[in-house]
Design a protein around this ligand. Sequence first.
Ligand SMILES: Nc1ncnc2c1ncn2[C@@H]1O[C@H](COP(=O)(O)OP(=O)(O)OP(=O)(O)O)[C@@H](O)[C@H]1O
Ligand SMILES: [Mg+2]
Length: 253
Amino acid sequence: MASVPPAGPEPLVVLSDVQKHYGQFQALKDIDLTVDRGEVVVVIGPSGSGKSTLCRTINRLETITSGTITIDGEPLPEEGKGLAKLRADVGMVFQSFNLFAHLTILENVTLGPIKVRKLKKADAEKEARALLDRVGVGHQADKLPAQLSGGQQQRVAIARALAMKPKVMLFDEPTSALDPEMINEVLDVMVGLAADGMTMIVVTHEMGFARKAANRVVFMADGQIVEQAAPEQFFTRPESDRAKDFLSKLITH
Ligand SMILES: Nc1ncnc2c1ncn2[C@@H]1O[C@H](COP(=O)(O)OP(=O)(O)OP(=O)(O)O)[C@@H](O)[C@H]1O
Ligand SMILES: [Mg+2]
């Protein structure tokens, strides 16, 4: 059988010279970051370093002051239909699960596909059940979010984002609100997604996940990307004093 020649890296998310201010305060400085299709990037750094702001600019929950952001070669749309499409292309999972409390698990996952992707209800439900099975909560489909554990709710939130068929998934500390025994069930789903080739940008302090699933670690401090490297290199031989200091504190508490 003729083999397909390996494709080179394909840039999917590209930030160039991005600056972001909140009033006088500059939260992102000179950000240049390219995430290739299928790549998993873990973003770490001290509190207030701009990690959440970075995520929020990529799906335009926050506007940037200057610079450019493109997804799959297209600049971020400003408003209207383009923006709805962007929110579908860029799935986001937050620390708090943000499920609709009055909708069942199944309805939480089918809502976007019915409204935005214009799927028929039966088709959306079929896809949703398959996704809920994939994240291990298929048997909970008819319950309300409050009837599920935090770890189960977070896995539903991941299924809900996947239901929009995103090109990239952003995770902003998806396990930091969870009890310790639930963290791994969420990380396992994320490791599976990474193995399936999903492009992911993950803000997390879970270094085990970074070592297992990340192609690259990006270290931020004071709104800047200070250092980036493959996980093994970053964790064993960090170069900057900021990264060394950050890692030493992580290990000691
Ligand atoms: N809406 C806002 N208005 C003003 N300042 C903000 C706003 N959101 C964030 N900031 C400031 O921008 C900086 C970066 O915040 P951000 O939330 O991106 O940090 P972070 O790296 O995600 O921190 P953490 O690890 O605590 O989540 C902080 O100094 C924060 O106070
Ligand atoms: Mg944050």
